[in-house]
Ligand binder design. Structure first.
Ligand code: SF4
Length: 378
């Protein structure tokens, strides 16, 4: 059963220097054209989907979905409601930048059933925001956040980044302190995401901060930032449920959990990736190519058993609860703890993995090297 749909809205007010998503600035005059293609794609792909669909989560990501007129969001929701069954406790999440939020939009989103709003803050420091090419200021971040948190949207999430050029451990601590202060003042702030900066090979950010620039935190500082994040948010009552995600108990993001549990999900829009009927596929990343061929795939991969197992290990270890080994065996017929015994022992002795009560999980200390651990285990 497919329970989740992702809708990609690619419009942004400015293309941030670190961003490698299918996101475009200066294309707002083509919104009508885009939503027409998107609507045709939704209809076409749902007609071709064999797995039954009952959605409990619809996620508008981007790009900046908060930037477009709420009427477009409404039309997509109406279309989905007419084509598939929706669960009574449907979660609708929408991503926004702080300067795309307004009182009028918040009221409209609430009326449309938006139950989670994810606001991309990235940093509370002016210099860091400028360093990564964000087009909002600290003041705008605070204003947008106050508006979102004072609205009747039930759950608000903030997104941050660390490992930024010019960022220090102290400036990161100050950003986290400010985020925690917001969560103490506003009960709707139930979720915080924080991603370590990872740049594509040809990132525009290298134009100002070349790869070998001293402005980037080194490995040691990066690890210290990650551990500080975990320590402070845990102390503030957030559950660390995935490498980059923290939530108040019971407020984990349903949509993202679908990815991490390796379950099927629908996705529509330019560059959108889906996992349906045992096949991963992605739409064209080029805006024009998508408009011309919204039902064409730029990438298709049939997921065989071996790939499915590797993905289950990779995604399972991103969850802080780790992998329940008995479940893993009953699902895949594969005893991970036996076939990867040597690697598990090696990382456990170093304090980077824990194998307790039938669960294999990466420890806090192992998180900064989680990618190497996962590569060794698959
Ligand atoms: S606002 Fe988000 S999606 Fe848009 S360019 Fe910046 S990082 Fe990318």
């Amino acid at each position: 059963m497919i329970e989740t749909a992702y809708i990609h809205i690619p419009f942004c007010s400015y293309k941030c220097d670190f961003c490698d998503f299918a996101a475009f600035a200066g294309l707002n005059h083509r919104e009508g054209e885009y939503f027409e293609a998107l609507s045709k794609e939704i209809k076409g792909r749902l007609a071709n989907t064999r797995e039954p669909v009952k959605l409990s989560s619809i996620y508008f990501g981007g790009g900046t979905p908060g930037m477009v007129a709420p009427e477009y969001i409404e039309a997509i929701l109406d279309q989905l409601a007419s084509l598939v069954e929706l669960a009574p406790a449907l979660e609708i999440c929408l991503e926004a930048t702080p300067h795309s939020v307004s009182e009028q939009k918040l009221d409209r989103w609430k009326a449309l059933g938006v139950s989670r709003l994810s606001v991309g803050i990235e940093s509370f420091h002016e210099e860091e925001l400028r360093s990564i090419g964000r087009d909002h200021s600290r003041e705008e971040a605070l204003r947008g956040l106050e508006l979102a948190l004072s609205s009747s949207i039930p759950v608000v999430s903030m997104d941050f980044m660390y490992g930024l050029p010019t960022q220090s451990l102290e400036s990161w601590r100050a950003t986290l302190d400010e985020a925690i202060a917001f969560s103490e003042r506003y009960p709707s702030l139930k979720h915080i995401s924080a991603y370590g900066l990872q740049l594509a090979e040809q990132s525009p950010l290298y134009g100002r901060f070349p790869k070998d620039s001293d402005s980037y935190p080194d490995e040691e500082l990066f690890a210290a930032m990650m551990l500080l994040l975990i320590e402070k948010l845990r102390q503030a009552g957030f559950v660390h449920y995935e490498v980059s995600n923290f939530a108040k108990e019971g407020f984990q993001c349903r949509h993202n959990s679908t990815y991490w549990k390796n379950q099927s999900y629908l996705a529509f829009g330019v560059g959108a990736h889906r996992y349906v009927d045992g096949v991963r596929s992605a739409n064209w990343r080029s805006f024009n190519r998508y408009i011309r061929g919204y039902m064409e795939d730029e990438f298709v991969e049939e997921i065989d058993r071996e790939t499915e197992i590797k993905e289950a290990v990779m995604l399972g270890l991103r969850m802080r609860a780790g992998i329940e080994l008995a479940d893993f065996y009953s699902k895949y017929g594969f005893r991970l703890e036996e076939s990867r015994k040597k690697a598990i022992e090696h990382f456990s002795e170093a304090g980077y993995l824990s194998l307790l009560n039938g669960r294999l999980a990466i420890t806090d200390e192992g998180l900064p090297i989680s990618n190497s651990i996962i590569v060794d285990l698959i």
